[in-house]
Design a protein around this ligand. Structure first.
Ligand code: NDP
Length: 372
């Protein structure tokens, strides 16, 4: 069995085991999260999810907008001492209510705030993409290791029932020998002023945003690490949205087993899809990675049937994700989507960009490291 496949199986088993052990030992107080960046994800998606958590609670907010921070704190019963600005952030070290810092900032700020949080003695949940370079990811992992703190990436699909069932079916051979995975993710990015279109803040275009889902899908559906990547980009540079970052990027991954993946991301069409083709059937998800309403089908001999997945580890994928980091802290186990997992993706992301730039296939050295 190759190492990546073995790791995924161990991860799935660990997720089940820690959930059980943790449930049995209830009675511990929920751990406190500080949300850094009160934007559409941190404020509108994550904060309401604490109501669905068994072991996590909101403990502080960090924002550049004092009025917003004050309003959010009041809405959630937080004391004034649990409101921070980016300037006062480091004093969070003195706040015993905060166990975990959740970084929901533009991509280029992930490394800085993860490292500052670790130095303040806090565990870290960091949004995807983990950072904007391999070097930053390595520095984040080192900082958390030095501080003896956990680092987890906000890869919520690993807690989402449809994706979990698709992974399980793929591993169980439900489609036979895996030959090909396709995954496309995109949305229409309309506003040229968005930070996602500014390279200094985003680190790149659709690949750094929705492309992470396609790349993750290729890896978790095959259970393998790619050994080569070939990429092409298509961007209309006259379009004011795309003066700094790419629109469409398309890449092919080759895996040690001979399986291949064709992946894509874009900022000019709505798409959210994963398809696995094996020599004995197919597994298809569409929409695949949304916040809710994902659907899955299994196909065999020309017939398709919809699959209803069993419940995931949390009330929602977000609650499962938030509580999983708490479980990891309490049990001392690594989160199933640790900093190393984000780093693996970033090595491939750098190779994708390099391949598109240089117009050639980039070999990735080794199934384990995925180093370009
Ligand atoms: P938003 O633009 O909606 O929010 C980002 C927030 O970051 C802002 O509201 C602001 O909060 C803070 N911020 C600090 N400095 C800046 C700056 N220079 N420019 C803009 N914002 C700044 O982004 P999202 O919430 O959509 O994305 C945040 C992160 O979450 C990204 O890394 C993204 O990839 C990830 N994400 C993950 C998703 C998932 O499903 N896992 C879904 C959506 C996003 P304040 O005003 O409080 O200072």
């Amino acid at each position: 069995m190759d190492i990546a496949r073995r790791d995924l199986m161990i991860s799935a088993a660990a997720l089940t085991l820690t959930s059980r052990a943790f449930g049995a030992g209830a009675g511990d107080r929920p751990l406190g999260y500080a949300i850094v960046g009160l934007g559409s994800y941190g404020l509108d998606v994550i904060i309401p999810q604490f109501a669905n958590c068994a072991h996590s609670r909101l403990a502080a907010v960090v924002s550049g907008d004092p009025a917003k921070a004050k309003r959010v704190a009041a809405d959630h019963g937080l004391p004034a001492r649990s409101i921070y600005s980016y300037e006062t952030f480091d004093t969070i070290r003195n706040n015993p209510d905060v166990d975990i810092v959740y970084v929901c900032l533009p991509n280029s700020m992930h490394a800085e705030y993860t490292i500052r949080a670790a130095k303040a003695g806090k565990h870290v949940m960091c949004e995807k993409p983990m950072a904007i370079s391999v070097a930053e990811c390595e520095a984040m992992i080192a900082a958390c290791k030095t501080a003896n703190r956990k680092l987890m990436i906000g890869y919520r699909c690993h807690f989402e029932p449809t994706n979990l069932e698709a992974m399980r079916l793929a591993r169980a051979g439900a489609a036979g020998k895996i030959r090909y995975v396709r995954s496309e993710h995109g949305f229409v990015q309309r506003d040229p002023s968005k930070w996602r279109l500014k390279r200094a803040l985003s680190g790149g275009g659709s690949l750094m945003d929705m492309g992470i889902y396609s790349l993750q899908a290729a890896r978790y559906m095959t259970g393998e690490e790619p050994i080569a990547v070939t990429a092409r980009e298509s961007t209309d540079r006259r379009d004011p949205r795309f003066t700094e970052v790419e629109d469409i990027i398309d890449w092919t991954l080759e895996f040690p087993s001979g399986a291949m993946a064709g992946c894509q991301s874009m900022y000019s069409a709505n798409q959210n899809h994963i398809l696995l083709m094996g020599d004995a059937g197919r597994i298809e998800l569409e929409p695949a990675t949304r916040y809710e309403g994902n659907h899955m089908w299994r196909g065999k001999d020309g017939r398709e049937r919809e699959v209803t997945p069993p419940p995931g580890p949390g009330k929602t994928q977000f609650a499962g994700q938030l509580d999983h980091l708490v479980q990891s802290i309490r049990t001392g186990r690594e989160p199933i989507v640790s900093g190393e997992e984000g780093l693996r993706d970033m090595r491939i992301v750098e190779a994708i960009y390099r391949s598109a730039r240089e117009g050639r296939t980039i070999r990735l050295d080794g199934a384990r490291k995925g180093r370009a």
